[in-house]
Design a protein around this ligand. Structure first.
Ligand code: C2E
Ligand code: MG
Ligand code: MG
Length: 690
């Protein structure tokens, strides 16, 4: 019986375990479950067999079912049904079922309660943790916000300051609470261009999320605060702009430094005035202005500054410049005017708007007067003057470079015209000078290309009209300007020194022609060649003339060299020695244009001279009906003086028979002029000879 009962109990336990397993996911291992359920079956069987039912023992069965995690209503339903089957007929059945059910229910209640508690706890934990995290991040943000070295401000979309950290307030010399609720605009510098506001507007409109600009704020005392500002937009949950967060870096120091560097780059350290760079910038800006604008320049240079520097030293020179600069600054400083030092002792005044030239000449007058006041430096009382070049013109007709060049040229005119004065730019004078320079530059190549040629003019004996000689007169067949007379280029050639090779070339031409005429006519006419002062001063002159004569095969006695009065009077020392040597060779010397210079008559008798050529200007005044005119008296005196000194007299520029007649009557030896022939090609002289 015990064995049968035992196997019945195991079968029941297995069936019960299986039925329970159908009601829920089985967390317990199957063997363990079987064992547990077996034990519970034992409790049930024992209770059923007991004389009296102890409900508490049986309630454990229900509780154990719950402990095994079978908590679904199906679990108790299946359990009660199976207990009913197992213990059918037992008197305790109903009591047992009730006890199992109540144990089950209580255990489930407890389980639910525990679960709820656990849930409640974990929910509370989670909330605490989130709260702690929020507090932590808030604290971190606070610490960052308030301790940051960088200024931070938060505004609403109207620019109202919601929060400002102490760095931000400190930059403006304020406390954060003073700025709270005020509008950001109150702290911005009013000089900043309004277009900077554009970024703010775009951000508020939601069109941009970040921007970075340089902005100027106004500190409490009104002084500027230069900053770099980075602004970020914070949107609300719908994406609409809500807040603006601005990070502000104080840039003032860097700005001040860069301003200082800029100032240094644009100013002259000695005088503190603007320098060439600044001037050029302002000049270009003035020219960029609208049409109809006229600008003016006074370009000035101290006269003789180099001498002061050289004799009194650079320290005194510098002090003088500083003093002059200060005076000029006081004189011209006004809006729309700029005084700059261009270097050395050169200054320039730019007048950005003028009404016309008189305004500039008046300014130049005042500049000259202001500079002329004596300067006391280093124990010296210095009187200096300046020369001023003035340019005044509409900006529409010129460029900055042209204006500067013209001012420079005009300053040069003021210098060559005698210094301590102003000169105004004159386009005609400029054109003439440019032509001069162009000619001067073209001359060496012209000489090489043989663009020069020589015309000859007869010199005749007044008593019988016989040909005595010819004067060689150089001309330039300029490819562009046509035939140029010597007045246009001899002066230039003297300046550049080209007169030396040119003079040699003329001499060689004239000598060669003279030899040709001698062959043709049997007689050798005297050939006159003009000699410039510069040629006379040339060391190799004598050798050069001798070489040319020899090359041509012309006798020295057939050559007459003409020197102007000034050339011959300035001839002392070496050059005079050269003239003597030429005379020793047999060459003759004449003083050209006599009477137009300042001759030292006493000196004249010591000079190696053979003839005087009376300038055409005296001959012009000779008339038959005015035998005693001043010119007639001068010519008479000159002729008598020349004859006293045993010199021949040649009259120049004889144009009329009257003049020729008067000259002959006065006793003049020979003459030259249009009356006899104009200067012409050598062939015309051939006709005279044959
Ligand atoms: P100059 O030596 O006194 O030459 C005489 C000038 O008077 C020439 O001018 C001649 O053309 C001009 N003339 C001649 N007859 C008359 C006349 O009846 N009436 C007027 N009104 N003028 C007359 P040009 O050829 O223009 O020469 C000017 C000057 O240039 C010369 O004055 C001379 O000083 C210089 N020159 C000419 N050729 C040379 C040269 O080869 N070398 C140098 N160093 N100077 C030269
Ligand atoms: Mg002459
Ligand atoms: Mg002459």
């Amino acid at each position: 019986m015990a064995g049968a009962r035992r196997s019945g109990r195991d079968a029941f336990a297995a069936a019960w375990a299986a039925a329970l397993s159908d009601t829920a996911f089985v967390a317990t291992e199957r063997a363990v479950l079987l064992e547990r359920v077996g034990e519970l079956t034992d409790i049930l069987l024992t209770a059923a067999d007991a004389a009296e039912l102890t409900p508490a023992d049986v309630e454990r069965v229900g509780a154990e079912v719950v402990k095994l995690r079978f908590i679904a209503p199906e679990a108790i339903a299946v359990t009660l049904r199976m207990v009913g089957d197992l213990l059918a007929g037992s008197s305790h059945l109903a009591g047992i079922q009730a006890a199992v059910a109540s144990g089950f229910v209580r255990a489930v209640q407890e389980w639910i309660f525990r679960e709820q508690e656990a849930l409640r706890h974990s929910a509370l934990d989670a909330r605490d943790r989130a709260e702690a995290a929020r507090r932590q991040s808030e604290a971190r943000f606070r610490a960052m916000f308030s301790d940051a070295a960088i200024g931070i401000g938060i505004t609403d979309t109207q620019g109202r300051l919601l929060e400002v950290n102490s760095a931000m307030a400190g930059m403006l010399d304020l406390r954060p609470e003073q700025m709270h609720d005020r509008n950001l605009v109150e702290y911005l510098h009013s000089d900043d261009p309004p277009e900077l506001r554009r970024f703010f507007n775009e951000m508020v409109a939601g069109q941009r999320d970040h921007y970075r600009i340089e902005r100027r704020f106004r500190k409490r005392d009104g002084s500027p605060l230069w900053t770099n500002v980075t602004v970020s937009l914070v949107r609300d949950e719908n994406g609409a702009p809500q807040l603006l967060v601005g990070m502000v870096e104080d840039n003032t120091e860097r700005h001040v430094l860069s301003e200082k560097l800029r100032h240094q780059a644009n100013h002259d350290p000695l005088t503190g005035l603007g320098n060439r760079a600044l001037f050029t910038e302002r000049l270009h800006a003035a020219f960029a202005a609208s049409n109809g604008r006229r600008i003016g320049l006074c370009y000035l240079d101290l006269d003789g500054f180099k001498a002061i520097n050289d004799t009194l030293g650079h320290v005194v020179g510098d002090q003088l410049l500083v003093e002059v600069a200060a005076r000029l600054h006081k004189l011209v400083s006004a809006p729309g005017r700029l005084l700059a030092r261009m270097g050395g002792d050169e200054f320039v005044v730019l007048v950005e708007h003028t009404d016309g030239l008189p305004e500039l000449t008046a300014l130049a007058e005042r500049i000259l007067a202001c500079v002329a006041e004596p300067v006391h430096v280093g124990g010296h009382r210095l009187t200096v003057s300046a020369s001023v070049g003035i340019v005044e013109r509409p900006v529409s007709t010129s460029t900055p470079a042209d204006a500067m060049r013209d001012a420079d040229v005009t300053l040069h005119w003021a210098k060559v015209d005698g210094k301590n004065r102003w000169a105004c730019f004159d386009p005609e004078r400029n054109a003439r000078e440019i032509a001069r320079i162009t000619l001067s530059a073209a001359m060496p190549a012209a000489l090489e290309r043989e663009e020069f040629y020589v015309d000859y003019q007869p010199i005749v004996r007044l008593s019988d009209g016989a040909l005595l000689g010819v004067e060689a007169l150089v001309r330039w067949a300029h490819p562009e300007f046509g035939r140029l007379g010597p007045d246009r280029f001899i002066g230039l050639a003297e300046e550049t020194g080209l007169i030396v090779p040119l003079g040699s070339w003329v001499l060689a031409q004239a000598c060669a022609e003279a030899v040709a005429w001698a062959r043709l006519g049997g007689i050798e006419p005297m050939v006159s060649v003009n000699l410039a002062a510069r040629q006379v001063a040339e060391p190799g002159l004598v050798e050069e003339v001798a070489r040319v004569l020899q090359m041509a095969g012309l006798a020295p006695t057939s050559l007459l060299l003409e020197l102007t009065e000034s050339a011959i009077m300035s001839t002392t020392g070496e050059p005079l020695g050269a003239l003597r040597k030429l005379v020793d060779l047999g060459i003759r010397i004449a003083i050209d244009d006599f009477g137009t210079g300042y001759s030292n008559l006493a000196y004249l008798r010591h000079l190696p001279v053979h003839a005087l050529k009376i300038a055409g200007s005296f001959v012009e005044g000779l008339r038959a009906d005015e035998p005693d005119s001043v010119d007639a008296q001068i010519v008479t005196a000159l002729v008598s003086l020349a004859h006293t000194l045993k010199l021949d007299v040649i009259a120049e520029g004889v144009e009329t028979r009257d003049q020729a007649e008067r000259l002959r009557a006065i006793g003049c030896d020979s003459a030259q002029g249009w009356l006899y022939a104009k200067p012409g090609p050598p062939e015309e002289i051939n006709d005279w000879l044959t």
